[in-house]
Design a protein around this ligand. Structure first.
Ligand SMILES: C[S@@+](CC[C@H](N)C(=O)[O-])C[C@H]1O[C@@H](n2cnc3c(N)ncnc32)[C@H](O)[C@@H]1O
Length: 272
């Protein structure tokens, strides 16, 4: 397993993608505010922060995270942009070496608003098509908008994982961004077994979870298990130039995302 990088990885998006990112964020904010006001989105940010850190044992994280417009606005306009930047940096650092092979398809599991899948797709000079899978219809609608905003070819599939996992083959890259921690022990173990089998067949993988150990106490066991299929464990940290909207929400909510990161499990694409 590799050690954490000693300084933040470069968080910069290429100019065209950076312009698309700004336009995507501005359009997302404009869809929620109005009718919401800033304070309602700030409350949504705080509610999600508390849900994922202090109240996660109460269960049903997926549905509770989207049970109100304030939380939906916070997911789409605050957490998703940060996830996209971290996923992009992780993919550039560990998945998409210069002159490496590009996957044919990204399968974004628990896609939420599509941030992780889009961030990974944009790490390749010719972004692959994205198949986005989520149990939430609201999330899939947002993911479709995200794909369009970045000019990605996307398909949406509503389904519950692990049952909805398609059979992944070489050329498929499985992306799981901040999703696996939402599953209970049994579905998580079933999904990890299916991911191990997919990687053993030649699929590539980028799995991201928060740096905070308490969120994913199963991390080391999962890393050991997937290492049998060529998966390596890393950390990524970036110091993004926070968009004004995110800086304002950070300040108002008492949070600090000047530096953000993730634990990463990665298996790069094999050369074909
Ligand atoms: C934290 S959000 C995902 C974040 C997203 N991947 C990103 O990068 O921003 C977790 C997502 O997992 C979805 N989800 C939770 N349990 C699920 C399950 N069993 N099957 C499919 N989707 C699920 C939720 O609907 C939610 O959209």
């Amino acid at each position: 397993m590799s050690a954490a990088p000693s300084r933040p990885t470069d968080a910069t998006l290429p100019p065209r993608e950076a312009a698309a990112f700004d336009a995507w964020l501005a359009a997302t904010v404009a869809r929620y505010v109005p009718p919401l006001v800033f304070a309602e989105v700030r409350k949504g940010v705080q509610a999600l922060s508390s849900l994922y850190v202090e109240r996660r044992r109460e269960g049903r994280l997926g549905s509770r995270a989207t049970d109100g417009e304030g939380k939906r606005a916070a997911l789409a306009s605050f957490y998703a942009p940060l996830h996209l930047l971290v996923a992009h940096a992780a993919a550039r650092a560990f998945l998409a070496p210069p002159n490496g092979t590009t996957p044919r398809r990204i399968v974004d599991l628990g896609c939420g608003t599509g941030a992780a899948g889009a961030g990974v797709a944009l790490a390749f000079a010719r972004p692959p098509a994205v198949l986005a899978i989520d149990a939430s219809g609201w999330a899939l609608g947002e993911a479709q908008r995200t794909h369009r905003a970045f000019g990605l070819t996307g398909r949406m599939r509503r389904g519950t994982l692990p049952e909805a996992l398609p059979r992944a083959l070489p050329g498929d890259c499985l992306v799981l961004g901040w999703f696996l921690n939402e599953l209970g022990d049994a579905p998580r173990e079933t999904l990890l077994a299916a991911i191990e089998a997919s990687c053993a067949r030649g699929a590539s993988l980028l799995l991201l979870e928060p740096l905070a150990r308490g969120v994913a106490p199963w991390w080391d066991a999962a890393a050991r298990r997937l290492s049998r299929a060529g998966v390596t464990s890393h950390e990524v940290k970036i110091a993004p130039e926070r968009p004004d909207w995110i800086e304002r929400l950070d300040d108002a909510a008492g949070l600090d995302h000047r530096e953000v990161g993730a634990r990463v499990l990665c298996r790069p694409e094999e050369s074909r």
